[in-house]
Design a protein around this ligand. Sequence first.
Ligand SMILES: NC(=O)c1ccc[n+]([C@@H]2O[C@H](COP(=O)([O-])OP(=O)(O)OC[C@H]3O[C@@H](n4cnc5c(N)ncnc54)[C@H](O)[C@@H]3O)[C@@H](O)[C@H]2O)c1
Length: 354
Amino acid sequence: MKKFRFALVGCGRISSKHIDAIKNIPDAELTAVCDVIEERARSCSEKAGLNKYYLSYDEMLKNEEVDIVNILTPSGLHPEHTIDIVKKYRKHIIVEKPMALKLSDADTMIKTCDLNSVRLFVVKQNRYNLPVMKLRSAVENGDFGRIFMGSVRVRWARDQKYYDQDEWRGTWKLDGGVLANQASHHIDLLEWMLGTPVSVMAKTETYLADVEVDDTAAAIIKFENGAMGIVEATTATRPVDLEGSLSILGEKGSVVIGGFAVNKMETWNFTGQSKEDRDKVLKEYAENPPNVYGFGHIRYIEHVIDCIRNNKQALVDGLEGRKSLELINAIYESAETGKEVELKFKPRRSKLGS
Ligand SMILES: NC(=O)c1ccc[n+]([C@@H]2O[C@H](COP(=O)([O-])OP(=O)(O)OC[C@H]3O[C@@H](n4cnc5c(N)ncnc54)[C@H](O)[C@@H]3O)[C@@H](O)[C@H]2O)c1
C-alpha cells in the first residue's frame, strides 16, 4: 500500500510530536524537515533519522517528493505558509492549532485549498483523548437528555521564561493570549459537545506575565440549543499546572474530564446507572493519554491518511477548525468592547492577528 510522504515546516517544540507520530505509523514516512534556524533544522533532522535538512520550504519542496506538508510555525504565520505552499506546490496541509488568528486568513486558507483541490487538516489532537471520545459518544447517544451547561477550565502555569523563549510568544500578531494558544483546544472541545454558539460575554486580564496579550480570561457563551458554556482560562497558575478540564451537565447525567490535559475521567454519573458501570468507566478512562500533548498526534495523522486515501470527511477540516477561531475572536471582541457579541460576526475590535 502507498506510503504517505510528509515534510515538516518548522522544527520547534511541537515538531517532536509530529516526528514521533509519523515514525509510529506504518503508512507514513517523514521525507524532509526545514526551519529558518539551522540548529533547529539540524537537530530535528537527526531526531527523525534523516541525513539532510533545509533552511527554507521552497528549497525543500522543490527538491523532495512530498504528499503532505505539516505547518508547525508560529500561529500567526500559518496562513502565509499554508497559502504560499498550496499555491506553488499543491500539497495537502496539516496545520497546527490555531489554524490562523484572523478569521479572514482562515477563510483564505480554506478557499485556497479548495481551489487547488488539496485537503486542509487542523490539528486538534485532544479530540482523540479516550475520555473525550467516550464523552462525545454519550453526547451523540443522547445519554445526557437536555444538556444545559458545559465548562472548561485551563489552569496552567506559563512563566515569563516561557513567553521570553521566542519573540512571537505573547504577541497579538503571531500568538494571541491564553484563549488563542493554550485554551483553543478546550474551546474546540466545548463547541464539539455543545454545538453552535450564538453569543458571548467575556473579560480578559494580564495578571502575571509581562506580555501584550492576556494571560487570564473568563467567558460566558450562549449556545443555539439554549445551553450555557463557561470558559475559565489562565496561564498565571502558580507554581505549577493545576488542570485542563471539561464538564458537561445534562438533565440525566454529569461528566467531568480532568487531569492536566482533559485526559482523566473524574466523574461519570448517569441516572439509573449501576455502581459497576460507573466504576468500570472511571477505571478504564483513569488517565489516558498520560501527558499534556496526548497521544492524539498519532491518531490524528492516521486519520488524515485515512481521509486522503479513502476520500473521507475529516474530523477537523478547515471549516471545523474555523469554528473555534470564530468563537475565540468573538470572545476577544467582547473583552475589548465590554459588550455581548453575537455570532456569526465580522470582527472589528478583536486584536488577534493585529
Ligand atoms: N497541538 C498542540 O497541542 C500544540 C502544542 C504546542 C504548539 N502547538 C502549535 O504549534 C505551532 C508551533 O509551536 P512551537 O511551540 O513548536 O513553536 P516554536 O517557536 O518552538 O517553533 C516554531 C518554529 O518555526 C520556525 N519557523 C518560523 N518561520 C519559518 C519558516 N518560514 N520556515 C520554516 N520554519 C520557520 C521557527 O524558527 C521555529 O523553530 C504553534 O502554532 C503552536 O500553537 C500546538
